[in-house]
Write a protein that binds this ligand. Sequence first.
Ligand code: PEP
Length: 246
Amino acid sequence: MKKLIAGNWKMNGSAASNAALVQALLSGSSDWQCLVAVCVPAPYLAQVRGLVAGTGIDLGAQDVSQHESGAFTGEVSASMLQDCGARYAIVGHSERRQYHGETDAVVAAKAQRALASGITPIVCVGETLAEREAGRTEEVVKRQLAAVIHANGHCISEIVVAYEPVWAIGTGKTASPVQAQQVHAVLRAQLRAASAQADRVHILYGGSMNAANAVQLLSQADIDGGLVGGASLKAADFLSIIAAAQ
Ligand code: PEP
């Protein structure tokens, strides 16, 4: 399977800097042997859609509403994202779980809405440092993924999973390739138990992935790509990670 490298720009960017970043990404050959996506702030979906049209870069959003439509001021629905050309939507990022109180059930509903509109949800799971230190990593990630499997059983092979240890996000601390692979193997086994198509599911690693650590992480058996935060904002760094995935 081709690896998938997805950038998560988080709440960064401007019309000018988005154009410069995408131009820099496309300045070399964009005939990549892996899948590449950028998940951009909602107001810039239309702009970036235009910038990446006809290139090797796919468009993604960073969240999606759990509701279909109606009186949910400020929310963005899956069909709106689809209208704007999004192929992916991140759901259950730890920053949303932490700062916006998203529960496993909410994350599962968001994944369901995305799938119903033909958008691939990138479902984030991951343990906090306290949970890892208490030996609860497996239990936590399995519980988070189980909620999504429960709500989306028949089309679970259509999702992307991202293992993002919370203690590694934006901290410069990366899970070692062995630590990451251990958790990815657990997630793969859980997906296999749920679907005969589980081996089609990309399981991405996220958490301070950078040009220096990407090759080793991406060479692990069950690491099928990366969800990249900080390093996706610098064209040279993101291109090095893409190169590591070829
Ligand atoms: C993320 O936000 O999904 C992420 C992995 O961030 P960073 O690469 O900056 O740790």
